[in-house]
Design a protein around this ligand. Structure first.
Ligand code: NAP
Length: 349
C-alpha cells in the first residue's frame, strides 16, 4: 500500500478525498492536515462532515496535523492537496522537495514543467516531471488537475478534437454551490437566485482547455488552435456542474458520428484498468431532458461526464450543440487527483 496524506482534509474537497480513498486498493490515508484552527484536534472534532456517506471510522480518531512538510511522516509518498490557492502556492513547492504532490488548487497549474493532466486526455504531459525535478532539485514533484468545469468539458471535447476540425467553441456553465467550498456562497445569495459571475472561472476554462488539448513540444505546450469563449454562472444546485456547449467545425457536423465518437471514447486509464477510471469517460444520453445534475452527477461513481441533447445548431454553419453534466468535487476535484495519482503509481513510482 502507498501511504498518502490529504492537505485541506477538513474542507469540501478534502472530505471527498477521504470518502474516495476509503477502501482504496492501493492507497492508505496516513496523514490529514488542515489549518491551525483544526491542527491538534481529532479529525471528527475538527470537521463538519457534509457528505451523504458516513465519515470513515479509520479517520475519525486521527489527529489533524499542521500544513507543514516538516510535520508530514516520511512514510507518506503522495500528498493530495485541496488547499486554498494562495496558501497552496506557498506550501506545495515545499512539499514537492520530498513528496509527490497531486494538487487540485490552481496555484501551480500551467507553470513551467508542472503537468496539468486529465489522464484520458493528455497523460503524456507527465513527461515534464523529470525536467521539473532537475530544475528544482526536488525528490518529489507536483502534478495538477484542471478546474472542475474544465475537466468535464475537456473530457467531452477530446473525442471531438481527435476526429474533427474545431473552429470555435462557446460554453455557458451552470455551476453548483459546492464548487465554491463550504463557506463559499451564502444561502441568501443563491436561494431563489442565480449569480452570473464566478471570479477567474472563465479565464481558467478558456486557457486550461486549449492547453490540455495542446501538443507537448519538449517542455513547452503548444495550445490547441481554436478559440473558446466561456460564460460562467453559479446556480442553486448542491453538486454537479451543467454546461451548454456550442461548437463550430470546419466541416459539416455529422451528429451520429459525433455521438458515436463520444460514447466510444476511451483513454489510458481505461486501457490500464485504473481503479477510479470510469468504463466510459463520456456517457451519451438520448432522452430529451437529460443530463440533469441530480440524476447524472454520480454516473460511474461521479467519474464520467454525461452528455445529452447532441443536436445541430442552425444559427451557424457546420455547428452543433450539447449539454453536459460532471460532478465537480469528484471528477472535477478529488477524483481527478486520485486518478492522476493512480496513473503515476502505475507508471512512475
Ligand atoms: P474549503 O471547503 O473552503 O476547504 C479548505 C480547506 O483548506 C480546509 O481543510 C481548511 O482547513 C484548509 N485551509 C484553509 N486555510 C488554510 C491555511 N491557511 N493553512 C492550512 N490549511 C488551510 O475549500 P474546497 O472547496 O475544499 O477547495 C479547496 C481547493 O480545491 C481550492 O483551491 C479550490 O479552488 C480547489 N477546487 C475546489 C473544487 C470544488 O468543486 N469545491 C473543484 C476544483 C478545485 P480548516 O478547516 O482548518 O480551516
Amino acid at each position: 500500500m502507498v501511504k498518502v496524506g490529504v492537505l485541506g482534509a477538513t474542507g469540501m474537497v478534502g472530505q471527498r478525498f477521504i470518502q474516495l480513498l476509503d477502501n482504496h486498493p492501493d492507497f492508505e490515508i496516513a496523514a490529514l492536515a488542515a489549518s491551525s484552527r483544526s491542527a491538534g484536534k481529532r479529525y471528527e472534532d475538527a470537521t463538519t462532515w457534509y457528505l451523504d456517506t458516513p465519515m470513515p471510522d479509520s479517520v475519525k480518531g486521527m489527529e489533524v496535523i499542521e500544513t507543514d512538510p516538516a510535520k508530514m511522516s516520511k512514510d507518506v509518498e503522495i500528498v493530495f492537496s485541496s488547499l486554498p490557492t494562495d496558501f497552496a502556492a506557498k506550501v506545495e513547492p515545499a512539499y514537492a522537495k520530498d513528496f509527490v504532490v497531486a494538487s487540485n488548487a490552481s496555484a501551480m497549474r500551467m507553470k513551467k514543467d508542472i503537468p496539468l493532466v486529465i489522464p484520458e486526455v493528455n497523460p503524456q504531459f507527465l513527461d515534464m516531471i523529470d525536467a521539473q525535478q532537475k530544475a528544482n532539485d526536488w525528490d518529489g514533484f507536483i502534478v495538477t488537475n484542471p478546474n472542475c468545469s474544465t475537466i468535464a468539458l475537456t473530457l467531452t471535447l477530446k473525442p471531438i478534437y481527435d476526429n474533427f476540425n474545431i473552429n470555435r467553441i462557446y460554453v455557458s456553465t451552470m455551476q453548483a454551490v459546492s464548487g465554491a467550498g463550504y463557506n463559499g456562497v451564502p444561502s441568501m445569495a443563491i436561494v431563489d437566485n442565480l449569480v452570473p459571475y464566478i471570479g477567474g472561472e472563465e479565464e481558467k476554462m478558456e486557457s486550461e482547455s486549449l492547453y490540455l488539448l495542446g501538443e507537448l513540444d519538449g517542455s513547452d505546450v503548444k495550445p490547441a488552435n481554436f478559440s473558446l469563449s466561456a460564460s460562467c454562472h453559479r446556480v442553486a444546485v448542491v453538486d454537479g456542474h451543467t454546461e451548454a456547449v456550442f461548437i463550430e467545425l470546419d466541416e459539416e457536423a455529422d451528429i451520429d458520428k459525433i455521438k458515436d465518437k463520444m460514447a466510444n471514447f476511451k483513454g489510458l486509464p481505461q486501457e490500464l484498468d485504473l481503479y477510479s477510471a470510469p468504463k466510459n469517460p463520456v456517457i451519451v444520453k438520448e432522452e430529451d431532458d437529460r443530463p440533469q445534475p441530480r440524476l447524472d452527477r454520480n454516473a460511474s461513481g461521479g467519474m464520467a461526464a454525461t452528455v445529452g441533447r447532441v443536436r445541430k445548431d442552425n444559427a451557424f454553419d457546420n455547428s452543433f450543440k450539447y449539454v453536459l453534466v460532471g460532478h465537480n468535487t469528484i471528477r472535477g476535484a478529488a477524483g481527478a487527483s486520485i486518478l492522476n495519482a493512480e496513473l503515476i503509481n502505475k507508471q512512475i513510482l
